[in-house]
Design a protein. Sequence first.
Length: 314
Amino acid sequence: MSTTTDTRVATPPGADPGQAAPRRKAKPSLSGRAPQDTPAGKWTYLLLGLTFLLSIYPIYWMFVIATSTDAALAEIPPKFLPGGEFMKNLDEVFSLQDVYFAESLVNSLIVSTVVTVSVLFFCSVAGFAFAKLRFRGSRILMVMVVLTLTVPNQLGIVALYILMGYLPGEGGWNGSLLAVIVPGLVSAFGVFYMRQFILGAVPDELIESGRVDGATTMRIYWSIVLPAIRPALAVLGLLTFVGSWNDFQWPLITLGGTDYPTSMVALFDLASGNYVLYRRVLAGAFVATVPLIILLFVGGRQIVRGIMEGAVKS
């Protein structure tokens, strides 16, 4: 016995039975259209393109000046295409005896790397403690950490300079890289940021299951918490590295006039004096920008992921 399914379309009353009823027109599905085909998508791509051009233009113009000669920079109207003197200008920058530009890049890399690694470790541990561990006075301590964010760094520069002068060593730590590294080993913003991210990214059930399995607190931090907060670590690491690399005021105070400047202090020395060659200054600035651009391209995906996950959880 075979069964058949009636697939005929019902005919409305009063209509010709031989004429099938018209089918309803299906509504167009937006899911089948590419985002750039919609009006909103076109405007979005246009704004993103303009934003990209405005963001990349200063770097491009910096490179144009870094590849030009003094005569080309004096021309009116100026040339908007790169020249061919970049290596010559860069060689002059590295050859200056009183600027120590090559040493400054190494010093900036050392300072930024040590500060970034320290901030990621201490801030993630402190954020984990404030978010998931219960101890007496935790709320008061967290409030004090947040309150330090309201105090401008400039207010403590004089006291910090005096303190560095009393530390062991000839003349204290002023004039050495320790004076730049040690004050940045922990970040109040980093502690607050990691605490907020851990609250949303690590459920309490995972912590309890780790304790049931006999894991210690540091084992829970290493095996459960760290893998869950990698996007946040990428964001905090980028912000810390860029901030430490671009720091100028405190390194100028404690390292100015020494043989151990950072890159920003060396650029300040390049731009100082009665006769400034801007092709040299911009050549050095372009080289000092390259590590940050490489870092952004390497960790860009993790950074975007960390920002998006933080926005969704909040």
